[in-house]
Ligand binder design. Structure first.
Ligand code: UDX
Length: 466
């Protein structure tokens, strides 16, 4: 008898790989075979991280595991160094043919495990066109961010029609809009495509790429979304196409699976260090996989943490931090890090669930937001780009589980950092609301929760029993 076989395609970024991997593990638990396809450079990075941790090579895995494979992306070395959004565009031009070939090869190899379903990240809608061309009837997009962010993409035609953006995606003025009452407010100059590059041509290319992708989002009856009705019911009412199946990180089994897709080896020594700290005392500082700091800002952050007089655990990714930044941190290590610990990549979910964590100073990527929420941790928000400002609005204005940091002349000062840390820690209201939100957030993925029911229906659909 043939078995359902899913081809899962994430976008090439940690915040996209992790949740799709969580979903893939869920499918495997239900007897579905999953082949997880990264483009070459991402795949190599994941394998390197696993080797550095001394883990077995996950390429050779059995039927009970997700199989990680890669397809060549033909990127030149300078393109590999490009920012991820630019890569997403450049990859979309070379990948469809390679994906076709991969599907052909897999199907030739096995008669009873041919690819029967494609699940592609919401930003790589071209994969659906490939699926259609190859006669694969089940193909769906997976949205790893909030339903509000999806609603923004689906609203692009209306934004154009209403003159909020021009034909190149540029906001006609800097203004705050709301897609529907009770949905989070959005600032037009924070729209993703305006922030991917300072170069107007690159912005325009990215906007056109998003426009093409939005057509794929619109063409489907539903898009599975890593969020829940409990977290953002107005957004799901506004965009009924979005089918909530999350938060996948709220399912207990997924904490361990994350590790298999890490782009960098986690430094688990920080868990022992956390064991030595008092309950609810540590500021966890992490900015995801893409955000970059300039030297002045890095310095203010270090000095702000010092001024706060609290223990802290700070993730400073070595790949993006130039020597000047790193030398500066090293120079003050003795003074500063008597109360703190620096790691280049942390086992974030384990860190956030540790009892010593008091507050999460975060860039507010959707995964980090969700991971903080399901652990009942209050936030200090430091968004950079993409959906992060939108998530900040959820945290500060809608859920009221954190505070934003004010920027004067573009810089967040050490005094501002220290003072907001104090405010979040002293005001018990943040912790109380964060605990209530935690209960709400995990309700959806419990046995009779709405996200869990949707996920089970989705699994039946993949298996062809629905
Ligand atoms: C990107 C975008 O920036 C984000 O806004 C969007 O919602 C998803 O894609 P990223 O910046 O990496 O993601 O942030 P985030 O969504 O928070 O994902 C980061 C992931 O890396 C999380 O799952 C987090 O647990 C993990 N992580 C982060 C670690 O495992 N260790 C770390 O030290 C830091």
């Amino acid at each position: 008898m043939s078995r359902a076989h899913v081809l899962a395609l994430p976008a090439p970024a940690q915040g996209h790989v992790n949740p799709l991997l969580d979903l893939s593990h869920e499918l495997v638990k239900h007897g579905i075979k999953v082949t997880f396809v990264n483009e070459d450079s991402t795949h190599k990075q994941i394998m390197k991280a696993q080797e550095a941790k001394g883990e077995e090579n996950k390429e050779q895995v059995g039927n009970d595991r997700v199989q990680l494979v890669s397809i060549p992306d033909s990127l030149k070395q300078d393109e590999e160094a490009n920012s991820r959004p630019e890569r997403v565009v450049s990859i979309s031009e070379v990948m469809p043919k390679k994906l076709e070939k991969l599907i052909q090869d897999i199907n030739e190899e096995s008669d009873n495990e041919k690819i029967s379903c494609v699940i592609a990240d919401g930003t790589i809608g071209w994969a659906l066109e490939v699926a259609e061309k190859m006669g694969i009837q089940r193909a769906v997009l997976f949205w790893p961010a909030s339903a509000s962010f999806l609603a923004l993409f689906l609203s692009i035609p209306k934004l154009l029609h209403d003159g909020i953006i021009d034909g190149d995606g540029r906001p006609t003025k800097d203004q705050i809009i709301q897609l529907a009452p009770e949905m989070p407010a959005m600032r037009t100059t924070h729209f993703l495509w305006t922030q991917v590059s300072d170069n107007l041509n690159a912005q325009k290319n990215f906007f056109n790429f998003i426009m093409r992708g939005s057509k794929n989002l619109e063409s489907k009856d539903w898009v599975i979304c890593n969020s829940s009705i409990e977290l953002e019911s107005p957004a799901f009412a506004f965009a009924p196409k979005a089918l909530p199946i999350g938060p996948l990180q709220g399912r207990k089994s997924n904490q361990i699976n994350h590790l298999a897709g890490s782009f960098w080896p986690e430094d688990s020594t920080c868990l022992n260090w956390l064991d030595l700290q008092p309950d609810k005392s540590v500021i966890y500082v992490a900015f995801g996989s893409l955000a970059k700091f300039d030297h002045t800002q890095m310095q203010e952050l270090a000095l702000g943490l010092e001024l706060s007089n609290k223990p802290f655990l700070w993730v400073v990714r070595l790949d993006i931090n130039d020597v000047e930044n790193y030398d500066f941190l090293k120079g003050i290590e003795d003074r500063l890090f008597s109360r703190g610990k620096l790691v280049s990549w942390a086992p974030q979910q384990k860190v956030l669930s540790h009892p010593s964590i008091a507050c999460f100073l975060s860039h507010c990527g959707w995964n980090s937001t969700i991971e903080g929420v399901i652990n009942g941790v209050p936030f200090l928000c430091w968004p950079y780009f993409a959906d992060q400002f939108l998530n900040e609005t959820y945290i500060c204005d809608i859920w009221k589980v954190g505070l934003r940091l004010d920027r004067n002349s573009g810089i967040i000062s050490r005094e501002e950092i220290a003072s907001k840390i104090k405010q979040v820690l002293l005001d018990e209201g943040f912790r109380g609301r964060a605990s209530q939100l935690k209960e709400k957030a995990v309700r959806g993925v419990k046995y009779d929760g709405s996200s869990n029911k949707n996920l089970n229906n989705f699994i039946d659909w993949i298996k062809g029993t629905k």
